[in-house]
Structure formats: structure tokens, C-alpha cells
Write a protein that binds this ligand. Structure first.
Ligand code: CDP
Ligand code: CDP
Length: 258
């Protein structure tokens, strides 16, 4: 199967997708585990909406930093989360710069600004706040349920995050938990940052990432953990194609139970 061309994999996913409509697919996992890569490719092949929920927490964090709201000021950050207009839409033809979606905060395109190392370092503190989670979870659930009911422009949705299968949509048709070793994930993230022209040492990337994973896993509200019925995929040493094939296998197995 790993010898299959990507186009063959994607056309077989499309055939599968026609049998599971409408549907919600939930993908969780730690930083740089490859969950967006597999989620985006699954969504594209199934003609589902791809929804990376992490960008919402990043957008709140970026806005707090940009507007001088102290990250430690929980009530102020919570108010900001409720007030912000966070908009996600498909990239325009002129915006083919590797983005999966364009993210706007109060009309400003922040797609790349929310990937700054400073946002990485502060996002876990922001996402642990009760009012921030309340605001983001409500929006995510509303969108997921509309697609899940078949009331939207696409026949289904793939949501990617930390608490999708456990909190946002625990009744999703398929739940995946994607992981890889911290060293491999840090290598991937370092490579990405390097490609974007950002200078940061690989040791710093690993330290920042492990700190973020720890905060995300240990927080009281909606911590990062696999749902009891999630299919776990450890893709250490595996290509994105191989991960997609394993996600496909899980989709096949789910189909058999529908
Ligand atoms: O891309 P990466 O995996 O590094 O991070 P992300 O998915 O963009 O998420 C950024 C941060 O948002 C995470 O470290 C979590 O603190 C938070 N997050 C969350 O709490 N719940 C989610 N459903 C998604 C992200
Ligand atoms: O969404 P998440 O933070 O979990 O990770 P990602 O953005 O999907 O992947 C992080 C980086 O790892 C990207 O540059 C991917 O191309 C790369 N990747 C990889 O090298 N091997 C995989 N099996 C999956 C992703």
C-alpha cells in the first residue's frame, strides 16, 4: 500500500467518503505529530471541510500579545476571546503560500503571524483559561454539528486539535489520536520554522514543544489525551503517505461498524 501513488490513495479515500456522509472525523494529538497533514489530506480527498481548531487559540494569543493584554490576566484574556471575530476561510488563488486556510482576526490576515515562536510559548497558558475554552468550544461545536447534520456546503468535516474526540464532538464517527516521539516532532517543527526563515535552535524548539505538551496534557480543562475509543497512530519514522494509509484503514474499519 505504501507504494501507491498519493493520487491513488486519495481517489480511494473519496470512494470511501461517499459511503460515510455526512460525518465528523476528530483528530487529536500533540504538537507537530502530523495531525493537520493527515487531516487536511483526508478532508481534501473526502471533500469535507478541514477545520484546524488550534488556530483559534493561536489567534486569541496573538491578539492578546499584539494588543498589550497581559497573558496572566485571565479575565481580560477571557473577555478578548469572547469579543474577537475569528474568521477561517479557504485560501484565494493568490494566497497559495502553503496555508491550509486563511485566518483573520477582526478582518486582519494573521495566518502566519499566529505561527510565531512567541505565540507558541504563550498559547498553552491562554488555552487553559475557562472562558477562552468556553468561547472556542461553543464555536467549534456549532460548526461541527452543522456539518455533521449535512446542513452545510460540504458533506462532512475533519476537526483537528487537542480535545476534539474527548470534549468538542465525542460522538464523532471516527476518532484518531496521532503521535510521534518528541525528538521527531521537534525535528519536523524546526524544519518548518527554518523553511519560514525563522532562526531558532533545534534544542529550543524541543524544549518549547515539550513544555507546551506538558501544559496541554496537565491542565484541568479538556487536557490533551486520547479518547477511549480513538484509533492511535504513532507515525515516528513514517511518511505522511503512510500515515494517511493508516487513517484510511481506520476509516474502513469504522465503515464496517456503521
Ligand atoms: O500545530 P500545533 O500542534 O503545534 O499546535 P496547534 O494545533 O496549532 O495548537 C496550538 C495550541 O492551542 C495547543 O498547544 C493547545 O494549547 C491549544 N489547543 C487546545 O487547547 N485545544 C484545541 N482543540 C486545539 C489547540
Ligand atoms: O498539525 P501538527 O502540528 O500535528 O503537525 P503537522 O503540521 O501536520 O506536521 C508538522 C510537520 O511534520 C509538517 O512539516 C509535516 O510535513 C511534517 N510531517 C512529517 O514529516 N511526517 C509525517 N508523517 C507527518 C508530518
Amino acid at each position: 500500500m505504501s507504494l501507491l501513488e498519493s493520487s491513488q490513495i486519495e481517489s480511494s479515500v473519496r470512494a470511501l467518503g461517499e459511503q460515510v456522509r455526512p460525518a465528523i472525523i476528530a483528530i487529536d494529538g500533540p504538537a507537530a505529530s502530523g495531525k493537520s497533514t493527515v487531516g487536511y489530506r483526508l478532508a481534501k480527498a473526502l471533500d469535507y471541510l478541514f477545520f484546524d481548531t488550534g488556530v483559534m487559540y493561536r489567534a486569541v494569543t496573538w491578539a492578546a500579545l499584539a494588543r498589550g493584554v497581559a497573558i496572566e490576566d485571565e479575565p481580560a484574556v477571557g473577555d478578548l476571546a469572547h469579543a474577537l471575530e475569528i474568521d477561517l476561510c479557504s485560501p484565494q488563488p493568490a494566497q497559495q503560500d502553503g496555508r491550509h486556510a486563511t485566518v483573520r482576526v477582526d478582518g486582519q490576515d494573521v495566518t502566519w503571524l499566529i505561527r510565531a515562536p512567541e505565540v507558541d510559548r504563550n498559547v498553552s497558558a491562554v488555552s487553559a483559561y475557562c472562558e477562552v475554552r468556553r468561547a472556542m468550544t461553543a464555536k467549534q461545536r456549532q460548526i461541527a454539528q452543522r456539518y455533521g447534520r449535512g446542513d452545510a456546503d460540504r458533506p462532512g468535516i475533519v476537526l483537528v486539535g487537542r480535545d476534539i474526540g474527548t470534549v468538542v464532538v465525542p460522538d464523532a464517527a471516527l476518532k484518531l489520536y496521532v503521535d510521534a516521539t518528541p525528538e521527531e516532532r521537534a525535528r519536523r517543527r524546526h524544519h518548518e520554522l527554518h523553511q519560514q526563515g525563522k532562526t531558532i535552535s533545534s534544542e529550543q524548539v524541543l524544549a518549547d514543544m515539550m513544555r507546551r505538551d506538558r501544559l496541554d496534557s496537565e491542565r484541568a480543562l479538556a487536557p490533551l489525551r486520547p479518547a477511549a475509543d480513538a484509533v492511535r497512530i504513532d507515525n515516528t519514522g513514517q511518511s505522511a503517505d503512510a500515515t494517511l494509509v493508516r487513517a484510511l484503514d481506520a476509516l474502513w474499519a469504522t465503515l464496517g461498524q456503521l
